[in-house]
Design a protein around this ligand. Structure first.
Ligand code: ZN
Length: 267
């Protein structure tokens, strides 16, 4: 679903990468974009397909799934209003090797792929922001590789919920165990056990497809150490590009007191 007359200039203040483009360029870009309202579970991009559009989330959150040739899928990164889907188009790469699925519904600005390269090559300040974002993205990928291999489903679930909260400021969002099992790369019963454990500790509550974080500080402590690594980098990136309106900087994310992690993070 989309609206034909996007208010790009006003929306750009709500995405770190769009906010880094000059107003002059944004006015030109306005005719090459549209505003999407995406529902949870909507697919924005299929793995390995050519990049036709870039997607800049405003208040939606997107999961990027890595894929194996035998069809296996696992979440490799999360993108919210700090980032963009399809950034390789800015550096003349034609494919984006992730499956992009909306997991928190909301607004996304869709921009034609051919409109982005010119901005990248002509605006040095934006080029630096994109480079810094790719750095954060790479760290997220590296940490996902460690996380998916070494940390328990319960700690990964806690980490994922806090990462989603960091990008939305929300403590309540609709999410099904089915989508969580895809995100965590495991079967539904395993997700159910992990979610029950977090619920028993009074960190979350879930009912009829809605999940509520009832104790954010406690959930942050239950999350694996990957949360600190990725969000430390995210905070540094947001400060670098002066995007202080990001929910992560507005909320308690950076300032949460952390307790010493246990040594029981192995499966
Ligand atoms: Zn982890």
């Amino acid at each position: 679903m989309f609206r034909e007359k996007p208010q790009l200039l006003s929306l750009s203040a709500h995405n770190a990468l769009l906010a880094g483009i000059s107003k002059e360029r944004l006015r030109i870009l306005a005719s090459r974009c549209r505003m999407l309202e995406m529902e949870s579970g909507s697919v924005l991009h299929e793995w390995g397909q050519p990049i036709r559009h870039l997607y800049f989330p405003i208040d939606a959150v997107i999961s990027l799934f890595a894929s194996s040739p035998d069809g296996g899928l696992i979440e490799a990164a999360i993108v919210g209003c700090e980032g963009v889907i399809g950034w390789p188009a800015a550096i003349s790469q034609s494919k984006f090797c992730f499956r992009a699925v909306t997991h928190v519904r909301g607004t996304i600005v869709q921009v034609e792929e051919s409109a982005i390269q010119k901005i990248f090559y002509q605006e040095r300040s934006w080029r630096l922001i994109v480079a810094a974002y790719i750095h954060v993205f790479t760290i997220q990928l590296a940490q996902s590789a460690i996380c998916n291999n070494q940390h328990s489903v319960e700690r990964r679930l806690a980490r994922w919920l806090m990462a989603t909260k960091a990008r939305t400021g929300l403590t309540l969002f609709p999410i099904t165990h089915e989508l969580l099992s895809e995100i965590l790369g495991t079967i539904r019963p395993v997700v159910t056990v992990a979610a029950r454990s977090l619920k028993k500790k009074r960190l979350i509550h879930y009912q009829r497809g809605n999940l509520t974080i009832t104790n954010p500080a406690g959930l942050a402590n239950a999350a694996c150490s990957c949360y600190d690594v990725v969000h430390g980098e995210l905070g540094a990136f947001l400060m670098l590009c002066k995007f202080t309106s990001h929910p992560f900087l507005r909320g308690p994310g950076l300032a949460l007191p952390r307790t010493e992690k246990g040594r029981d993070e192995k499966r």
